[in-house]
Design a binder for this molecule. Structure first.
Ligand SMILES: NC(=O)c1ccc[n+]([C@@H]2O[C@H](COP(=O)([O-])OP(=O)(O)OC[C@H]3O[C@@H](n4cnc5c(N)ncnc54)[C@H](O)[C@@H]3O)[C@@H](O)[C@H]2O)c1
Length: 313
């Protein structure tokens, strides 16, 4: 839980990594009165912020930066090492970009070194897709209809046009599965659980993962050969009598009942998709830090499924 220095005082945030997604973090931190950016860290920053800048986390802390929250917006393979360093060298809560780790062993290592209590109290993961307005709406809609039962099918599809990107951008990508799988799994987890892996095929730019969930089947498809980014999910109940069709790209959704439109979510806001996601992440961090969508258990489930195996326990 983020430590509160004094009632109503903003939480001091140190932003580590000033690349693509850090722009969204910086915009949202600046927008929320209850957060104050007190420093940034990046050896090769992609943009500047209105706060002291440092080359390393060690240098920032050495210079007297005393954050309440350290945000890690660095490449995936740096996450565990930087979480380790924050937990060892200061008292701050860590908000780490997703995935916390691509393997369960790495999360087990963190737990071994720092203890489960420290992880529960101080480590949060920005599973940002789970906070998108269309997923929230769809989850609430399904909750209002317990008579639908568990979903019989969950399908998440993510396309990104990464077939021909520059080398410097490619360096921050791992694979379509490791980069998009955590988003799909955090969406799927809003509707289903109790995963068993049926089959899993993952190449660098393409993956198909089939999981059984309690009451049905989840299929996750990722692909980097596409004309544009496009992300959708479909949640089916019964024998297809009810379908929730979610368009993550436009932040809209439809409920179809026997093929007819029964309910519709439109988006009238002016924020970008990522700003909407991270407003949700930071509001939960401030108001409900124990929200399971930010928790290490979800990160562990995701790491396990990223490895193509069912979660243990
Ligand atoms: N790009 C997206 O749209 C997006 C969306 C959501 C989540 N994410 C996640 O965010 C993370 C970062 O992705 P990105 O696309 O912003 O990458 P990026 O390559 O654009 O930015 C990463 C930045 O981190 C810096 N960096 C590297 N090692 C560092 C270190 N040890 N200390 C400080 N800074 C360091 C790099 O210099 C770079 O500026 C990834 O884990 C990714 O999965 C990305």
């Amino acid at each position: 839980m983020p430590p509160s220095p004094a009632p109503d005082a903003p939480l001091d945030v140190l932003l580590v990594g000033l690349g693509t997604i850090a722009r969204t973090h910086a915009a949202v931190i600046t927008r929320l009165d209850r957060l104050r950016l007190v420093g940034a860290v990046d050896p090769a920053p992609g943009f500047a912020v209105e706060a002291p800048a440092h080359r390393t986390l060690h240098e920032a802390l050495d210079a007297g930066t005393d954050p309440d929250v350290v945000v890690l917006a660095t490449p995936t393979d740096t996450h565990v090492g930087l979480v380790d360093e924050v937990l060892r060298t200061c008292d701050a809560t860590v908000l780490c970009e997703k995935p916390l780790a691509a393997t369960v062993d790495e999360i087990d290592g963190l737990e071994l070194r720092h203890g489960a209590v420290v992880l529960t109290e101080r480590v949060r993961v920005a599973h940002h897709f789970a906070f998108s307005p269309e997923v929230e709406w769809a989850r609430r809609t399904a909750e209002q209809h317990p008579e639908w039962g568990p979903p019989t099918r969950v399908l998440c599809v993510s396309h990104d046009p990464y077939g021909h990107i520059e080398d410097d951008r490619a360096a921050s990508l791992v694979s379509s599965w490791v980069d998009s799988g955590p988003n799909q799994l955090s969406v799927a987890a809003a509707f289903a659980g109790g995963w068993e892996v049926v089959s899993h095929v993952a190449e660098t730019g393409r993956s198909v993962s089939v999981l059984d969930h309690a009451g049905g089947r989840t299929t996750l498809v990722t692909n980097w050969l596409a004309g544009d980014s496009s992300k959708q999910s479909e949640i089916e109940y019964g024998a297809g009598g009810v379908r929730i069709r979610i368009d993550h790209t436009s932040m809209t959704a439809l409920v179809l009942r026997d093929g007819e439109v029964a309910e519709q979510l439109t988006y009238a806001g002016a924020d970008s998709r990522k700003v909407e996601h991270y407003l949700g992440v930071y509001r939960a961090l401030l108001d409900d830090p124990d929200d399971h969508r930010l928790g290490v258990p979800l990160a562990r489930t995701i790491a396990s499924l990223l490895e193509g195996r069912a979660p243990i326990g």
